[in-house]
Structure formats: C-alpha cells, structure tokens
Write a protein that binds this ligand. Structure first.
Ligand code: SF4
Length: 463
C-alpha cells in the first residue's frame, strides 16, 4: 500500500480502516460507514454493507448467477475484479467476472409516455434548481429526456454534480424524482410508473398521431359522421381529406383547420404545444378551425372532434349558418371514441441507465483491456447489469444501456466523486477468458464465492 493510502500509526491505534474502493479513500472509524454508506468498519475490518446478490431460477435450489450487486469494487481497476466465478452451462465451462463499476460517464435516458407538452427540445431539466439534463427528441407518443452525463456530474459546480448524482441514483433505484423543465412542465418520473405532469397522473399513451388515428378508425366512422378531426400537436388528421376518407369515398366537408398542410388531411402546427387536446394548448377544439367553406359544407353536417387518446371528444352539427353547434354524441360514434381509448396503452416512464464500461474497468477483467472490448463486440462476452442483459452500442468502447425496471431493487449506489456505482457482470466461455488474458488463477467456484461474502438469493422473476 502506498504512503498516501496507508493509515498513520495513530489511525491504526484507534482502529480506523482505509477504504480504497474508490478515489475518495475514506478513513472509517470503528462502527461507522464510509462517505457512500456502502462500506463500514466492522471490528477493525472493512466490510461491504450490502450482501452479494445471487439470482436463482424460481423454485430451483441451485443458484444460477452471481450479480455485481454487493460484490465490491477493486480500485484502481488493474487489480482483478472481486469475484471471478466459474460455472457450467450446457456442459460448457463458463466464467463470470463480477464487480461494481464506478461510472463517472453515465446518465439515464427517460421515456415518458405522454402527448402533453413537457417543454421545448433542448430545454434544461432541473432538480432543486440545478440543471441535471435536457429535453431531447420526442418519440412516437413519448417525450424523451436525457439526464446526467459527465458534463453535469463533473463539468459544472459541485452542487450541480451532487444533485445530478442524487437524481440519477434515485431514478436508477426506481424512486420518484420531480423534474422541472424550463419553459415547460413539472413532471414526476419513476421507472415503470405513470408520469405525473403538473400534478396530474397521465393514464394513456396515445394510439398514434392524428393521421394514424384516422387511418385506423376511418371505416368504423364512415357511416356515422361527415367529418372527423383528430387533434394532435404533431399531425392533426382530417378524415374526408385524408387518404383514409378518400379511399372510403367520403365527400369533402369543407372544414379547413389552421396550421400548415403537409399532405391531404394531415396538418402540422394547428395550435401551440401545451397540456390540452392532443398535446396542444387547445381547450376548445373549435379554436383550430380556420374556416368552413359554404360551397362544400351543408347544414346538418355531423362533425366529430377527438384527441389522439380519446380523452377529449366533442360532437357538433352545423346549423343553418354553418356554425358548429354542440350536440349529444350518438352511441355509435361514442363507441369508436371509446375504442381509441381502449387502444391506448398505459402511460409509463421508462428509465434506461446508460454508461461507458469501456475504460479502466476492463482492466479488472483482463490485463489487455481492448481484448475485452473486442470480445464483447464479437458476442463472445455477454454483458449484464444485475443479471439483466445490456444493449451494447456498436462502435468503440463498451457503451451500454439497460432498463433499470428489470434489475433487482436497490442495484445502484453512488460515491461522492461524484459517480454512480452499478453492478456489472461479464460472462464468457472459460477458454475464451484465458485467450483474452483473463485472471484465470483468480477463478473461484460458486461455493467459494458464497463462503467469501454474506449473500442473499433472490428469484429471477422477483427482481
Ligand atoms: S466513498 Fe465509499 S467506496 Fe469510496 S472510499 Fe469511501 S467508503 Fe470506500
């Protein structure tokens, strides 16, 4: 142990221990824990507070997998990973290299199933006033946030780094976090739970855009309506103009909506984005009607206006002056509106942990780190986090993503550097491990791993 890491004789006399599992190098007093609450001084010995988590098939006695949760970390990483465990699968000798990775380069991608406007693209996302990320490109039926990353963890003020780390840790451990978006909404995000936008729980993820809704339901509307307008912040659909209506020989109704016509029956920017109908700021749907052409429309024309989730709907008939008048909705139309709602999926938040494992962490697996990267690329090495297979991005490094909802509870920790700590396991054939320069002399059996650490066993389906 170097001078810097070694404890003074006075410290030793007082029973202190030094934790060297991360660059903070805590001196821990007897009976106390280190700065991350993950290591403690127990009777003069450094111990990991949380047990090693082993996964087992439900109802089967034998343990299937050693996860990195509670495995401890070796820092700096040129020391072999704390557990390198042998196993046999289908008669093949396998090795799993298990550790808790410390990730300074990490963040979460958050998918929020809602049409409601959360804020402009690129807008800062804040927790307790600190920017922890930004709004990124919206997806089909979902708003997306990109949170964390090295710039917020290390590139801003100390407080920004700390708050970012705390927010990431909570999100990864499936806790609720309130996020405030500049120029937009406040949203409570929790993995696998519905988002809460400005205090309102989102229930439905839209069936599709306005144009898609027309395409899906046009035949069911045809005999009961003269026009349907599906209000959507992105693509508002107008049935009689749309290919869906034309295909069914619907007569032009002469109702022109605001915004920019993209293709027949498909309109962009009919209103401003907001928390109203179909992710617009519209509370009264008639606001989006620009004009009604007296050459085409007729008194008694039946008009349905509906949002992409079916949450909002209204039925109108044109009076003698071609003014839309609210009228009770016929049952046959109501049932198609209900079908839109029925076809919506429950709105959820999804939190994907994303990190780069391509750095020094690899040196805990092999003395020739690039070989691990190549082995992952060649699909010889499987990468899991807490036993959950990670998606590894193509290109350089080992840049991975994993859905935290599938990982065991409390899989993540943090250290004050600040960085997140996540379990990571590399599994490969024993002969491939030897070929890539693995620490074969450190391979132990599952029984030895169990004897070495306090552990808990959980069923894979109870993660
Ligand atoms: S912060 Fe945690 S891991 Fe880092 S040295 Fe202190 S006790 Fe060890």
């Amino acid at each position: 142990m170097s001078e810097e890491i070694a404890l003074s004789s006075a410290d030793r006399a007082q029973g202190l221990v030094r934790c060297d599992a991360c660059p903070v190098l805590c001196r821990i007093r007897p009976g106390r824990v280190g700065a991350c609450d993950r290591y403690a001084n127990e009777d003069g010995k450094l111990v990991r507070v949380d047990p090693l988590v082993l996964l087992a098939k439900p109802g089967v006695e034998t343990v299937a997998f050693v996860t990195g949760i509670g495995a401890t970390t070796t820092y700096p990483d040129y020391k072999p990973a704390p557990f390198i465990v042998s196993s046999k699968h289908d008669g093949v000798d396998m090795v799993t290299v298990v550790t808790e990775g410390i990730f300074s380069y990490c963040g979460v991608k958050v998918k929020i199933d809602t049409d409601r406007y959360l804020g402009p693209e690129q807008a800062p996302v804040r927790v307790r006033g600190e920017q922890v990320g930004h709004v990124t490109t919206a997806e089909y039926g979902s708003q997306m946030l990109s949170l964390g990353g090295v710039h917020h963890l290390t590139g801003g003020s100390k407080k920004e780094g700390v708050v970012t780390c705390e927010a990431l840790l909570a999100l990864c451990n499936r806790e609720a976090v309130e996020l405030a978006i500049d120029g937009g909404a406040t949203v409570v995000v929790q993995a696998n739970k519905p988002p809460i936008v400005n205090g309102v729980i989102e229930e439905r993820m839209r069936v599709g855009c306005g144009s898609a809704a027309i395409g899906m339901f046009a035949p069911q509307w045809r005999d009961h309506v003269d026009e349907v307008i599906v209000v959507d912040d992105h693509i508002t659909g107008v049935l009689s103009e749309h290919q869906g209506g034309r295909f069914l020989d619907m007569k032009p109704a002469g109702i022109r909506v605001r915004g920019r016509r993209s293709t027949p029956g498909r309109y962009f920017q009919v209103a401003e984005p907001g928390l109203g109908w179909g992710g617009t700021d519209v509370a009264d749907p008639l606001q989006i009607i620009e004009k009604i052409d007296p050459k085409q429309a007729w008194p008694g024309l039946r008009l349905l206006m509906v949002s992409t989730t079916g949450e909002h709907s209204a039925w109108f008939e044109l009076d003698g002056d071609l003014k839309p008048q609210p009228t009770p909705m016929p049952a046959a139309v109501r049932s198609v509106v209900e079908r839109i709602a029925e076809n919506c999926e429950p709105a959820l938040c999804t939190v994907l942990f994303m990190a780069g494992a391509g750095g020094s962490l690899r040196a805990g697996v092999t003395d020739n780190p690039v070989r691990l990267t190549r082995s992952v690329r060649d699909a010889l090495t499987k990468v899991t986090l807490g036993g959950v297979p990670a998606y590894v991005w193509p290109g350089g490094g080992i840049t991975l993503m994993v859905d935290v909802a599938h990982m065991p509870e409390k899989s993540f920790g943090s250290v004050p550097t600040p960085a997140l700590v996540a379990p990571i396991e590399f599994t490969l054939r024993a002969d491939d491990y030897a070929t890539l320069g693995g620490y074969t002399s450190r391979v132990i059996s599952l029984e030895e791993a169990k004897a070495r650490a306090g552990y808990v066993r959980i069923d894979e389906d109870r993660r």
